[in-house]
Design a protein around this ligand. Sequence first.
Ligand SMILES: NC(=O)c1ccc[n+]([C@@H]2O[C@H](COP(=O)([O-])OP(=O)(O)OC[C@H]3O[C@@H](n4cnc5c(N)ncnc54)[C@H](O)[C@@H]3O)[C@@H](O)[C@H]2O)c1
Length: 263
Amino acid sequence: MAIDPHAAPAGNYASYPSLAGRTVFITGGADGVGRALVEEFAAQGAVVSFADIQVDKAHETIASCEGAATTPTFYEVDLVDIAALQEAVAAATKAMGSIEVLVNNAASDDRHTWEEVTPEYWDDRLNTNLRHYFFAIQAVVPGMLAAETGSIINIGSSSYMMQEDFFPGYAIAKSGVEGITRTLARTFGPHGVRVNTVLPGWVATERQLEKWWSPEGEAGTLSDQAIKRRIYPKEFAQMVLFLAADDGAACTAQEFLVDGGRR
Ligand SMILES: NC(=O)c1ccc[n+]([C@@H]2O[C@H](COP(=O)([O-])OP(=O)(O)OC[C@H]3O[C@@H](n4cnc5c(N)ncnc54)[C@H](O)[C@@H]3O)[C@@H](O)[C@H]2O)c1
């Protein structure tokens, strides 16, 4: 089921002057929520680099930013390969200057049962959904500490809070995202660097609608939500923009849910 990635209820969304010219590195920007993040930061005039494994989709993201204030730069990276991630961060830093905002977003919510999890698949789930978050932070944070300012936004998932048990390796990895946020917010806070988690509930991306959508599933989600409609990537991105901008300067070590009041 194809959806319009720009779909969202009509709204007069905010512009943040502090985001103009701000350097932003986003993982998983080729599709879904990540694409909306790249588009929204580019529209704000931020200087955006993004890393992803999907080359064709990444070019679609760049094309979708046509007419935005800035054009994003793509780095082809398998984030399971930490050395490749570190190289991409170094290249992006060289090209656009020290990174001021990091959005750790890439993940994969493939379904599996607890019986199917081998030690190798366990490692794969953690490497795909958690490990690169830490190492992206480790790569960007020296520049933030030197500048005494920075915003790191980790995209989590409310799936483990909702006790969704159809992808234990993913949900368990996602619970660790908040551990990274809370631990490192304390470490970096005295030096002006903020770390927060933003958690989607169910956000209507192309992959979600193509792979996992069913009438019953959507009815169940909407029954749980206080807001009785789909949540769109563009809406989710607004919370991330706020935390990246000066407007979010007093927020750190927190979890912000954008889930239509589901949890
Ligand atoms: N959409 C939802 O309903 C939902 C719900 C809960 C949490 N989330 C979270 O939101 C974030 C974005 O999810 P989404 O729905 O947009 O997913 P998506 O699958 O649409 O997009 C994820 C992007 O990450 C990239 N990616 C995945 N593994 C990679 C790897 N090893 N190397 C490089 N790139 C890789 C993919 O290529 C893709 O472009 C994730 O952190 C996810 O856990 C989404």
